[in-house]
Design a binder for this molecule. Structure first.
Ligand code: SF4
Ligand code: SF4
Length: 382
């Protein structure tokens, strides 16, 4: 199995180095949603109040669905089993995790932490999960209850401590726990206390990012003054690093979703394929226009975002433009469709479309840097 993964990784880098608009490799990273049920009602949740058409379905996906991904699971290096719901609501979730982990990839999951009881904590440690992301978006119950109703931060903290103690019991360093904080107007003042929560939970990395507005209403309700945000983020970064904790800041453009929604509508209205899009759809900065540098994003070349019952999206930010639906395992074909190929072409030709223009995943296309990244990744893989 490892050799398949290695060969696929080499293929993926070849795709990128040769700037192929239609990758030959299978996805190196695979994101698979498992359920859309949730027990919280977060005010920023994409499941509700979204202006776009996300992935409505109300069921836990069954094992047969996951079996269809076998050729992909054999080749993917990292598999993320999460989507728009709380995976642990599904009583058979760990059966799926074990199946996916049996192919040898690094399995990661994301959870709201509410259901991590003793049994589930043991499952998390024993089923081969390498990493778990827990979104808190608050440092105090008072703020948690506002942004993640109906609340319950003290119980989640207790659950994370339980997970850490069960890891110790099994002498296991995995899963590595990362806590995240999505910034909005309602919780910005609570961010500087987040490093204290991480310290209490012996967590060695926190991820901080602005939330992405899923609707105009959410933008009106939650928009943060940019200068204030920068000041609070920097204050939190200093405090975090002083405690020896890694501070990762994803400088997301909060407008990504709304921009991609506009972009998708324009495409539908014009009844034209992505390839024929005019430059007017591109939100290219003046600097980018002058230099016409080539860009790329790892997501487009080596990741596959599959949500709902097999709906494929370009990436986790552009979730209102469906590339298509998986049928008979045709994920590779879907990734090569004109919509995806032309998005890659746009980046490569220095014309990032609106949703990509300020995306932190966007990188200058530089073969030497990519080659160094390939050597480093293969060295770690072996
Ligand atoms: S925990 Fe996640 S899926 Fe559940 S309501 Fe909150 S944001 Fe939505
Ligand atoms: S650069 Fe574009 S395609 Fe890539 S992750 Fe960002 S929004 Fe998605």
């Amino acid at each position: 199995m490892k050799i398949k993964k290695l060969l696929n990784l080499i293929h993926a880098y070849m795709d990128l180095l040769l700037a192929r608009e239609k990758p030959c490799a299978f996805p190196v990273e695979l994101s698979l949603g498992t359920t859309s049920f949730c027990n919280l009602k977060c005010i920023h949740c994409p499941r509700e109040g979204s202006d776009g058409n996300l992935v409505p379905f109300d069921e836990h996906l069954d094992m047969d669905y996951f079996r269809e991904f076998q050729p992909y699971l054999e080749r993917a290096k990292d598999i993320y089993l999460y989507g728009l719901g709380e995976p642990m609501i599904d009583n058979r979730y760990f059966e799926k995790v074990r199946y996916v982990a049996s192919f040898g990839g690094n399995v990661g999951l994301s959870s709201n932490g509410t259901l991590l009881d003793e049994k589930r904590c043991r499952e998390v440690v024993l089923s081969g999960i390498k990493g778990i992301g827990i979104s808190l978006d608050a440092s105090s119950e008072e703020v948690f209850r506002i942004v993640r109703p109906p609340g319950g931060l003290p119980k989640i903290i207790e659950n994370i401590k339980r997970l850490e103690s069960i890891k110790k019991e099994y002498n296991s360093v995995t899963p590595i726990v990362k806590l995240s904080f999505g910034i909005m107007r309602q919780n910005l003042h609570d961010l500087p206390f987040f490093p204290d929560v991480a310290e209490e939970l012996h967590c060695n990395e926190i991820i901080v990012h602005p939330i992405v507005y899923m609707s105009e209403k959410m933008k009106r309700d939650s928009e943060v003054d940019r200068d204030q945000l920068t000041q609070v983020v920097e204050e939190t970064r200093e405090k975090t690093e002083a405690k020896g904790i890694i501070f990762s800041y994803w400088d997301l453009d909060p407008m990504t979703f709304l921009k991609s929604l506009d972009y998708a509508k324009t495409i539908q209205q014009n009844h034209v394929g992505w390839v024929e899009q005019s430059e007017t759809h591109h939100d290219v900065t003046e600097k980018q226009k002058k230099t016409k540098k080539s860009y790329f994003c790892f997501f487009l070349w080596r990741n596959a975002m599959v949500q709902g019952k097999g709906e494929v999206f370009p990436c986790c930010y552009i979730t209102n433009m469906r590339v298509g639906k998986i049928q008979n395992g045709n994920l590779r074909e879907l990734r090569g469709r004109p919509l995806m190929a032309s998005l890659r072409k746009d980046l490569f030709e220095g014309n990032p479309p609106a949703p990509c223009a300020k995306c932190p995943q966007l990188q200058p296309f530089d073969r030497w840097t990519i080659l160094k990244s390939a050597i480093k990744e293969m060295y770690h893989f072996l």
